[in-house]
Design a protein around this ligand. Structure first.
Ligand code: FEO
Length: 392
């Protein structure tokens, strides 16, 4: 594929990774991803904005074969999927400097062993002239590492935000063509990567209000030539109140918790609540993360294993705690054989979730009439709480 022009002398020179199925040995990538790098050729200087994952360095270097000079490599983010090819680019262009935040420099020295004298560090709002094009650097920590910054190309009104606004989506479409598909991929990305940093994102979104942006060119997934699409989506995920939704991650070993769960899902639905049920033995955790973006309540379903929750359930609780969704209420349902500490252990695993814990329904063995009544009561409590909190 040839370098793809975005505006005069601004090109996409990235790599599409169709087959990648896991990120950070953790996050599922059902639709692959891309590592977008951009070449900006000014009348006097040339900049490369971000690079590509080391597994695709050869793709980037092929684009650079006929580029005689690069003066600056802009490192918006030090994670390897964008910074991992900087050493090869600096080697090819011995006079080039890597441009990043002070924290970015420290991380790149530590992670990629790039010599300190190859860096120029920039402060928030600082500019770099390429002649007829000007790059402005906007410090934006915690999207999603502490060193992250955004780069704004003033004359062309292009924002290069790296991971921020990105989506894991392999596509040959340079710009968004299928908004529904990109919305899902970008929401998944937000849920898995950005959601823990909602407070920082709020500030960054407000800061961007003062910029006129024609194109958002992230470092994963297609570019946005209608920036309002992704800006509004982010505003709703960050600022919007949670909805009348209960997320129900669960495991059942011998059918008792399954029976409770089936009854409980019906009881919630009968009360007008949307339920998103995830069997943790088979679920894609990205889908669970996405559901948590909008949910008011999470109810965890677990059997008892070795006196505690099933390990898959503990994993989901740990993940929810790390992702810090907006949840207002939490509860637990499940079954045990001869006692246990599933409730104490699970509630102890979610200190980040500032949610009210509603009385759990833990039963011995297979559910009976009074257990179903207890589940009805919990469903009624949740419906009442949702009304009181304004989500229903
Ligand atoms: Fe796409 Fe934080 O790296």
């Amino acid at each position: 594929m040839k370098a793809r022009q975005i505006k005069t002398n601004v090109y996409w020179v990235g790599a599409i990774d169709w087959d990648r199925r896991l990120f950070d040995a953790l996050i599922p990538l059902p639709d692959g991803t891309s590592y977008n790098a951009y070449l900006v050729q000014g009348s006097q200087k040339v900049a490369l904005i971000d690079t590509v994952d080391p597994s695709t360095t050869d793709v980037l270097m092929a684009y650079l074969e006929n580029v005689p000079v690069i003066d600056y490599v802009i490192a918006n983010h030090a994670e390897q999927d964008h910074a991992g090819s900087i050493p090869q680019v600096l080697e090819k262009y011995p006079n080039a400097k890597a441009v990043t935040t002070p924290k970015g420099r420290d991380l790149l020295v530590a992670l990629l062993l790039i010599p300190e004298d190859r860096f120029i560090t920039v402060s928030d709002g600082e500019t770099l002239s390429l002649g007829d094009k000007t790059l402005e650097f906007i410090h934006a920590p915690w999207v999603h590492w502490p060193e992250t910054m955004l780069t704004y190309l003033r004359e062309d009104k292009i924002l290069f935000p790296c991971d921020f606004f990105g989506s894991h989506l392999a596509t040959t479409d340079l710009y968004v063509t299928n908004e529904g598909q990109v919305y899902e991929a970008a929401k998944r990305y937000f849920a898995e990567i950005m959601m823990p940093f909602r407070t920082s994102i709020e500030k960054h979104l407000e800061k961007l209000n003062s910029y006129k942006i024609d194109v958002i060119a992230p470092s994963h997934g297609p570019l946005y030539d209608k920036p309002s699409f992704i800006l509004e989506a982010y505003r709703s995920w960050v600022f919007g109140p949670p909805k009348n939704i209960v997320v129900l991650p669960y495991i059942s070993m011998h059918g008792s918790t399954q029976k409770m769960l089936e009854y409980f899902v019906g009881a919630l639905a009968d009360r007008g609540i949307t339920v998103k049920q995830f069997n943790l033995a088979v679920t894609d955790i990205g889908k669970l993360a996405m559901a948590l973006v909008d949910a008011t309540t999470m109810v965890i379903g677990t059997p008892t294993v070795l006196v505690g929750p099933h390990p898959n359930v503990a994993y989901a609780a740990f993940l929810a705690n790390a992702l810090r969704p907006k949840l207002h209420f939490i509860s637990i349902i499940g079954s045990y054989g001869w006692g246990g500490k599933a409730v104490e252990q699970l509630t102890g695993m979610i200190p980040n979730l500032k949610a009210e814990v509603l009385a759990p329904v833990l039963i011995k063995g297979f559910p009976r009439k009074e257990d179903f009544e207890a589940l009805d009561n919990l469903a009624s409590t949740i419906a009442k709480k949702h009304k009181e909190s304004g989500s229903a």
